[in-house]
Ligand binder design. Structure first.
Ligand code: NAD
Length: 293
């Protein structure tokens, strides 16, 4: 039987990158009974991730977002992809490392050689076209994109990106995995930023530009977008939740591939990155937070 045809529960999911998204996706999978091997190459990231996963599971339970009667999956940690037990035939590999096309291409190319053909190789990139990454792997038909939102265990909808070379069997296997995780899936075609980042990220850039130009304060921009337009948190609070460093990386990806000036990150966003004010994860961004998460 091929990897693509087997049931997701009981088989490990490999998640590469234990940052904001790797932690959220891991939390979601564990809560739904899927064991996860979480990999991060940076020193000191995994212990922090472990704490955040614990907090995430608690938060998800408080919000009623956990399935009942499911034994949580087991978490395994690895400081290098070479430490993963690839022989165990993972249900899928989800790459959630830094938004850097060259780095992602290198890591995905290495992983393709380790997994069985037909194992979905999933990039959680915000903006890099899937087919660009597919050019770097030996089996482009096994590569596709998911765009989980943050926090992944609370936001029910996932954008699923089918590249021009993505095969039908990995698309179906990924759908099955997302069904197990009780996510609502919307399949879209490949393009820089797909749908959600292409629409949201330039909008957040504009919101920051409005503050930079002195038209309104951070709080007033968010209050207007919430009160008048029904945005759930306001775009600048969303920037803090995404991580302003990641947002800027994603805007550069969009700007360089579309030429759209609206995607060139504004000076206020760039200065926040330079100052280390990356949002919730660093304790300070457009707002300040009592504890980083
Ligand atoms: P992050 O900066 O919080 O975390 C990235 C992690 O990847 C870091 O811990 C880093 O040490 C690790 N990493 C880097 N190189 C690695 C390697 N070779 N092997 C293993 N780990 C490695 O970033 P994030 O916000 O979690 O974003 C991850 C991906 O998800 C990016 O592509 C981003 O664009 C995308 N994304 C982010 C959001 C969001 O709201 N933050 C939403 C959707 C998609």
């Amino acid at each position: 039987m091929t990897s693509a045809a087997q049931e997701p529960q009981g088989r490990q999911l490999v998640v590469l990158g234990a940052g904001v998204m790797g932690v959220g996706i891991t939390t979601l999978a564990l809560a739904h009974g899927v064991p996860v091997t979480l990999v991060d190459t940076a020193a000191d990231v995994l212990p922090v991730a472990r704490d955040r996963i614990r907090q995430g599971l608690r938060m998800a339970q408080l919000k009623g977002a956990l399935p009942e009667g499911v034994t949580p999956g087991e978490l395994t940690e690895a400081a290098d992809p070479a430490e993963v037990d690839w022989e165990a035939d993972p249900v899928a590999v989800i790459e959630a490392i830094t938004e850097d096309a060259e780095l992602k291409a290198k890591v995905l190319a290495e992983v393709t050689t380790a997994v069985a053909p037909g194992t979905p190789l999933i990039s959680n990139t915000s903006s890099i076209p899937i087919d660009e990454l597919a050019g770097a792997v030996s089996r482009p038909e096994d590569l596709l994109g998911t765009h989980f939102m943050n926090p992944s265990y609370l936001i029910p909808t996932v954008e699923l990106i089918r590249g021009p070379r993505t095969g039908e069997s990995v698309l179906q296997a990924t759908r099955k995995l997302l069904d197990t995780l009780r996510r609502e899936v919307i399949v879209v075609n490949d393009a820089p930023g797909f749908v959600t980042s292409r629409v949201l990220h330039p909008m957040i850039n504009d919101a920051a530009r409005v503050v930079e130009e002195g038209t309104a304060s951070v709080e007033d921009v968010d209050a207007l977008m919430q009160g008048c337009l029904g945005h759930p948190t306001g775009p600048l609070r969303t920037a803090d939740l995404i991580g302003i460093d990641n947002l800027v990386d994603s805007l550069w990806v969009l700007y360089r591939r579309t030429g759209d000036e609206g995607c060139r990150p504004c000076e206020l966003l760039l200065s926040k990155v330079r100052d280390g004010h990356h949002g919730r994860k660093s304790g300070r961004g457009f707002y300040t937070y009592e504890r980083a998460m």
